[in-house]
Design a protein around this ligand. Sequence first.
Ligand code: G3P
Ligand code: CA
Length: 251
Amino acid sequence: MTKVFGHRGSKGYFPENTLLSFHEAIRAGVDGIELDVHLTKDRQLVVIHDATVDRTFDGSGYVKDFNLVDLKRLKLNQSFKSFTHYQSTWDLERIPTLEEALEIFALAKIDLNIELKTTQFDYPGIEEMVISCVKQYAPSLNVIYSSFHLPTLARLRACDPNCNIGFLVEQPIPLLQDYLKQFQLNKIHLDKSLIKHIKMTSDISMQDIKVWTVNKTSELIYFLNKEVDTIITDFPDRALQIRHELKANSS
Ligand code: G3P
Ligand code: CA
């Protein structure tokens, strides 16, 4: 059965990559959650999508130029007040550390996809730090690490020969199966528009593919019928409902 992962928690409904967003995705019944990590100036792993804080919080500048204590002072950007379910309690949300997020997932017993955001800054040592953090705070969690940055994936593999690694792909790559073999990658995390470029071979099956970011009903039905390994979506409740209906109709 195709798994449903909440993108940055429950990004369509709640402030992305916050503990609130993670709790709500878990409450919706997701099989897993996807989140993004960067490194602060004082080398703390934090959960945020952009390299800068500007879009999602009320400060300005690169995450890498903040110490954690200063990042933690930032409040959510006013733009989240326009969300349908906005409540004033949301204003208490802060940029989470990876450790804080892992403590939630360790209890929730769902899967986790940690994306290392290393395309703009390489954050030397981040791969080993992320793997160690998981081993310390959620050792029994089923985690897959992903990145658009191939050297990061190679470093993850060198740090842990047994970890699960997903290659984020946003443009057609000829001979993709060669990348999987050469870099010992476990999954392809595919931009949904690229599915037509993927040729099923003995080396690549739908079970090797996680697609992002699938939000429209028609697309959710399409990828659920294709039986890809995982759908990553901003609207996990929608995906879970459609999966339930498709299953009910087929039995
Ligand atoms: O991991 C899938 C997806 O999150 C990758 O793109 O930009 O949303 O991090 P982005
Ligand atoms: Ca991501």
